[in-house]
Each structure stands twice: as C-alpha cells, then as structure tokens.
Unconditional design. Structure first.
Lengths: 131, 131, 131, 131
C-alpha cells in the first residue's frame, strides 16, 4: 500500500520550488496563529519555555528542517509586579526563522514585525536548490 | 512614502508563482489553526455561523480572492441532547477552498481530510497565469 | 446507565453558586482565547460575521444561556486600503457578555478592556438564585 | 493611584470562594483552548517541551499557584515514520492540574478526558480555606 501519496492531490503544473514555498507558508501561518494570545511575562525563563514549546510543536510538521522562535523581550509589558501585570503574544513581538526542506529545495523564511508597515510580515529570504 | 514595500524583504530569486504559493500556504495554515478547538454542534445554524465567521476573518488577509469553509456535518458528534453533548472542530471535519490572487497568478487550494492518510491535507489544485 | 454523571468528579464541598462561577470562568477563558489572533477589518459586515460565528460556538458549551460578543470597532486599525491594512483581535477590542444558568443559579459575566488596568478583565457582574 | 482595583467590577454579592472558582475556570478554559490544535508527536522530548511551554504561559496568569500539564502519550498517534505521521492536541489527550490561590482560598482543579462521557471534563477536586 502506498501511504502518504499526497502528490496525487496537487496540480501537476506545480513544480518543486512552488510546492516548497507552499509548505513554507503553511508552517508560518500555523506557527503564528498558535502563538497569538498565549500569556507571557518578561521573565527570561518563561519566554524561553514558550519559545521551545512551540518550536517543538512546529518541528513535527512535514518538511520542517529547523525552526527558531524569538519573542522580542524588549516589547513585552509586564513583570508580574502585580497579578495582572503580564502580557500576551501578538504579532508585534513574534520573530521566527524556519527552514523547509522539500525534496532538493531548501527555503529559509522569517516572520518579523515591520515597523513602517505596522505588520508582522512573513517572507522568504532564501530559496536554494540543493545538489 | 512607500507603504507596504514588503517586496524588499523577499529573495529576488522568488518568482511570482512561488510567492503566490507561499501566500496560499500562509492562509491555509492560519485558517486551520484558527478553526481547531472551536466548539460546535450538529445544528445547521451553528455550523453556518461558524463557517461564515471564519470566512470573513480570512477574507481580510492579503491577496485572498475568495474563501469557502465547509465543516463536515456528517462527522460532528453532538446535538446538545445533554449539556455535554457537543463537539469541537478538528482536522477531521475541516473542508476549505481558497482562491489567492497575487499579481497575475491565481491559485486554487483546498484543505480536506484524506481518509487513507488520516491527515488533513492542504494542497494546491490549480495554479494559473491570468492574462 | 447514567451519562453525564460529571458531578462525581467535583468536590462535595462545592456548592451550586461556586460551581456556577467555575463554569462561567471556563466559558470566558475559552471565548477569549478562541478570539485572539483572528484577522479582522473595520468593515461592519466582517465584524458582525466574526461576532456571530464565535457566539454560535460558545453557545454550544454547557450551561450557556446566552452570549453576546461586541468587537470594539473604534479601536480596529485597518480598512483594507492596501493588502496589509487590517488588524487582528486582541484583548484591547474584545467585549463580551455571558449568561450562565447552572441549576437554579444565574450568573451574568463580562469581558471588557479596563483602560487604567491595561487589562482585558473578566468579571461577574451579577449572581442570582432563581426561584 | 490604585492600580488593579479590579474588585469594583465584581458583584458585591460574590464571596471569596466564588471568586476563586471563577478564576479557576478562566485558567482552565484558556489552557485548553491554547493547547487545542498544537502539532505533537509521540517523541518524549517534543511532548515535554510543549507541556513546559504552556505551563510557563499559564503560570503568568493571575492567582495561579501552580500548573502541571500532562499530555497522554499513550493516545498520541504518530512517531514521524513519514512526513505526515504526527498528531495534534485535542481534548482526548489533555490532562492538567491547576492550583489557584485567591486571597485565603485555594482551589485544586483538573482537566481529564472522561471516557464514558466522551468529554474533556474540567472539575474542581478540592477547595480549602487557608488559615
């Protein structure tokens, strides 16, 4: 039996690079929406645990070679000086770096808050054919 | 001032079709993770409201031409016969159809539960250059 | 067979009012974290669809008598003047009103952004014994 | 200036125990909906990272004395034998234990999948007045 014969569902006009870009987008969209709304404080240990936890989760997804999440601590409001003094993750503080490896294509993509766009941009920084 | 000059962040080696595929992936990844965990029952009105609500949300994202969500009612367990008799959205019941229009490229993509893979597959069914 | 015999799991020291308050908290916590991160624009139809969709979902949960979500339009940034000109739901714009009915107890609870706390407070405004 | 004067928003008829139960519910509702949909595999290190990450997040919330998440490994399908062979967190595999301390009240609450209810029940196991 042929398991994971997922290719039959894709357009035959889609080449390997296009497929790799599609897979990259899926992971960034997922990563972002999993992170949004998660409570956080400026405590270094809390931040690191959350980063590692969601990295571990995303690393389970297909074709993920590596994933690194960096919450921008400088923008977190809240150090638990009172019960209500903490923050929640939004696009303003999410930074991530993802490497997707689909067949012989490798894609390096990022999420970063672009100040002059006021937008958490997801973009492909590098796409290469591996020999 | 040039707003939304997002292209400068992308690799110059990325062509329009590849960018369109990336954007398509982002939206499907987002849509899927927004839906997961939402309470639902088999009541037609409840299902339709949830579908319309998340369609409206996804339609706000960049380059989305259309989006259609179809929760697979036949697989929903729970008709509120008791307080605890309802279900939650998972990949098993999510069906979606998305059209992305990036510059002159149009991408038709879907999410569907593939029984023999036991997987909620996201795939590109069609990619076309619009004249 | 006794289905939904959930009471056996609860402390016998918990009275009806306490249980009702617990159930109220569950729903507000769920509602809030389902909403966080959902894309939105200032378009009235988009806002209403999202509100109705999540209201329908929460109404499936146990003991929910009514639920009303009001996204604070005045604070939404983004009217889709460009592809990237839209917003995402955070605690700053979530307003909700929930009525829980557990046995003969009715609880009215709310979520609102409290400006001087800089916090999306969840609170019980009224708790009554129904005759 | 009085910060965190959140008590003025609550009904004066609400006693300390009721407030503590309400706060407990909020955290369980949040915890549950943050976890739902997160990718996971049966790899022990992946599971532990995700557990620790979401525990760290929930520990930031008001009145949380301790929180322990246990994903039920025995029910996870997927050990990454292929790209698509992994799972996603649902109520079926979430186990959690939370202690809330509000003023002199301590509440021990849990989430567990109750097989004969087919439901991820949230319940208060113990509520005590601390001297």
């Amino acid at each position: 039996m042929l398991k994971n014969n997922e290719k039959i569902y894709f357009s035959p006009n889609l080449n390997l690079r296009e497929r790799a870009c599609f897979e990259t987008g899926i992971k960034l969209g997922a990563l972002y929406h999993i992170l949004c709304g998660i409570p956080i404080s400026s405590d270094e240990k809390i931040i690191t645990s959350i980063e590692k936890g969601i990295e571990a989760a995303i690393s389970c997804q297909p074709f993920v070679k590596s994933v690194k999440i960096k919450i921008d601590k400088s923008k977190i409001v809240g150090n638990k000086s009172t019960a209500f003094d903490y923050d929640e993750i939004t696009g303003k503080i999410i930074q991530a770096e993802l490497v997707i490896n689909y067949e012989n294509i490798e894609v390096l993509a990022k999420i970063d808050w672009i100040e002059d766009m006021q937008y958490p941009l997801m973009f492909i920084e590098k796409i290469t054919n591996i020999e």
